[in-house]
Design a protein around this ligand. Structure first.
Ligand SMILES: [Zn+2]
Length: 327
């Protein structure tokens, strides 16, 4: 059974409590807040023979779903993580949609993430959205609805799934991560941009240890106790995108402090002193230049261009070490 998160209570009532269901829903919102779980919960409710509206968990339909052998549900996702949903996969889905439900109830399709369909795949799906077979409900899950074709969006009932409030997230994290202190949970939630499930993932990936290592390294870099080459070697197991995100974030914080002198806006405690020092010692033009450079390189990292990570990281660190000073 999909987990029910406390911040989804009213969303769930709105969606599952409808007297009549739309034939397609688009659940969209930031990653890491449980949209997939919400969609799975709705799928179970739509298939259940005695929903309350929560799926009963005991009828034939619920048992088949639990066993992973329900004939009337279909999950479409990339064959490999972070890859595209292919047009052939959508064609298989379309032939499922035109069949009659084998248990005599609804058929339910879950697609996640919808934005991973390329244009051919999306066009193939459009046909199913335009001519739905009567008893099929499509549940589309998207972390980036801006990347969807307008024709897809307009054929769905759109349901925004907002980030939970900080207090509710921290309360939930206290139960999910009892091994962390309250301060550590705040740190994780900040690093996860407010998404509680992403915060749990970051903890599992050892991100706080990575962050401590990087912060320590940046301090040594600025004191010229470690060279860019040494640090690039030391950090080779830390995901490149994560490193670029942190440096991008720090350059924004430096710029903000230069403009506002507001100590409340210095970001997480671990880098506050360094950010403040760099804001005081660096020319604004240099900070802007390095931020532009980071954003441009980040795009390349994202597009998985053929890069030499060690060289790229060294180039970043050479510029970062050169921030304080007159020129
Ligand atoms: Zn049931």
């Amino acid at each position: 059974m999909a987990e029910a998160y406390p911040w989804q209570d009213s969303l769930w009532q709105q969606l599952a409590g409808r007297s009549q269901h739309a034939h397609a829903y688009l659940l969209h919102g930031p990653a890491g807040i449980g949209k997939r779980a919400l969609a799975e919960r709705l799928m179970a409710s739509l298939l259940c023979q005695r929903p309350t509206p929560e799926a009963c968990g005991e009828c034939k339909s619920c048992l088949l779903l639990k066993a992973g052998s329900h004939p009337d549900n279909y999950i479409l996702e990339p064959e490999e993580a972070d890859k595209a949903i292919k047009v052939d996969q959508v064609r298989d889905l379309v032939s499922f949609v035109v069949q009659t439900a084998q248990l005599g109830g609804r058929k339910v399709v879950l697609i996640e993430p919808v934005e991973s369909m390329n244009i051919n795949a999306a066009n193939a799906l459009l046909k199913s959205l335009e001519e739905p077979s009567g008893d099929t409900v499509l549940l589309l899950v998207s972390h980036q609805p801006s990347r969807l074709l307008p024709t897809i969006k307009s054929r769905c009932v759109q349901q925004a799934c907002p980030l939970p409030g900080e207090a509710m997230s921290l309360e939930w994290l206290a139960r999910a991560l009892p091994e962390c202190s309250a301060d550590e949970r705040v740190e994780l939630l900040t690093l996860a941009a407010g998404s509680p499930l992403a915060a749990v993932n970051l903890q599992a990936q050892g991100v706080r240890e990575q962050r401590a290592q990087v912060v320590e390294g940046v301090k040594k870099l600025l004191k010229q106790q470690q060279s860019p080459t040494q640090l690039a070697e030391e950090w080779k197991n830390i995901p490149m995108l994560r490193l670029f995100d942190w440096f991008c974030d720090w350059s924004s914080l430096i710029l903000r402090y230069q403009l506002t002198q507001d100590e409340a806006g210095l970001g997480l405690a671990d880098m506050r002193k360094v950010v403040q020092y760099l804001a005081q010692k660096s020319a604004q033009g240099k900070v802007l230049d390095i931020q532009d450079w980071i954003l441009a390189q980040r795009q390349k990292v994202l597009s998985k261009a053929n890069l030499n990570p060690a060289l790229l990281l060294e180039a970043l660190l050479v510029q970062w070490a050169g921030l304080p000073g007159q020129r």
